[in-house]
Design a protein around this ligand. Structure first.
Ligand code: PLP
Length: 343
């Protein structure tokens, strides 16, 4: 598969901006090349545009070569950049499988890129044949989310591999919640599939949503395109420094994840005792999708008690469903007590 041929013509032809820190990457005594303020404030220097130290650390955690890593201002940045790299506005399309993460469609809409939709099955799995039939010459990117938001479940591995292996375009697997499952995800498949892109984030299991760091793993051809069109200094210096320090806490993170999973199952058990809870969907993530008798009523009732849930009842296949994030043990107890007090 020729990745370069999939890239938009203007992006292929683009001569990217070259920053001072791109043009000199070594170490020097005196830097007078970037019009920075010379007096130290801790942040007077531009950050590394390619985040080399951070990528080296992530490379050893994920066991993947740094040249196959792109870092973004949240996963939302690579989602946008992938659409801008591969989809011609007003003619090309992405394919999504609702109910799924909302940003794929929003990013496509912003970029005037069409959105083809093939809904999941009632058990939130892929309709592989329908997806393969829906693909046409305008389809450039397929976004799959596993574990899926808002349903919480992993998509079947064979289904994903069938699509990656068949489609002559880019398949993005969004693994924002992968650290909450024992399933290893698709990182080890990258060698085999040059058209596979994997998104992960530090916003969920790693507890660093406020720092904004999304990770994108793919073939070097794809990573090079993203680097070519990103803002020169897309990850700020404080995020690079703070994340580097936090990556050393992997054991603490794993402890937190284990507690969240234990709490998720406790929540599930307690929710089943509430008479107006109709269904709690299986979850491989840090949230539960719960079908209730009256989602709007529960949402509003809980809001009045100061507890905010996510009302997903307007989303396809999620009629009367609320998405509940697993909180601390104390928060979850307050949640259940307040839910039990609703009529
Ligand atoms: C939360 C979430 C993201 C967003 O991640 P950021 O790195 O915070 O931008 C991406 N994908 C899915 C499916 C999510 O649920």
């Amino acid at each position: 598969m020729n990745i370069e041929k999939l890239v938009r013509k203007n992006i292929r032809a683009l001569k990217p901006y070259s920053s001072a820190r791109d043009e000199f990457t070594g170490f020097a005594e005196i830097y007078l090349d970037a019009n920075e303020n010379p007096f130290p404030t801790a942040y007077n220097r531009y950050p590394d545009p390619l985040q080399r130290e951070l990528k080296t650390a992530i490379s050893s955690i994920k066991n993947i070569h740094p040249a196959r890593i792109f870092l973004g201002n949240g996963s939302d940045e690579p989602i946008d950049l992938l659409i801008r790299s591969f989809c011609e506005p007003h003619s090309d399309a992405i394919l999504i499988t609702p109910p799924t993460y909302g940003m794929y469609k929003v990013s496509a809409d912003i970029n005037a890129v069409n959105v083809q939709e093939v809904p999941l099955t009632a058990t939130f799995q892929l309709e592989v044949e329908k997806i393969l039939n829906a693909i046409d010459h305008t389809t450039k990117l397929i976004f799959l989310c596993s574990p899926n938001n808002p349903s919480g479940n992993l998509l079947n591995t064979d289904d994903i591999l069938k699509i990656v292996g068949t489609f002559n375009g880019i398949v993005v697997v969004d693994e924002a919640y992968i650290d909450f499952t024992d399933f290893p995800g698709f990182l080890q498949e990258l060698n085999q599939y040059p058209n596979l892109v994997i998104l992960q984030t530090l916003s969920k299991a790693w507890g660093l949503a406020g720092l904004r760091l999304g990770m994108c793993f793919a073939s070097t051809e794809i990573i090079d395109v993203l680097n070519k069109i990103k803002y020169p200094y897309n990850i700020n210096a404080s995020t690079q420094t703070l994340v580097l320090a936090k990556l050393k806490d992997e054991t603490e993170i794993k402890k937190n994840v284990a507690l969240i999973l234990q709490q998720r199952e406790l929540l599930r058990k307690q929710l089943t005792t509430i008479q107006w809870v109709k269904n709690i969907f299986p979850s491989d993530a840090n949230f539960l999708l719960v079908r209730v008798a009256d989602a709007k009523g529960v949402y509003t009732g809980m809001m009045k008690k100061g507890i905010i849930l996510r009302d997903r009842s307007q989303v396809v296949l999620c009629e009367n469903c609320l998405r509940i994030t697993v909180g601390t043990p104390e928060e979850n107890q307050v949640l259940i007590e307040n839910m039990k007090s609703l009529p």
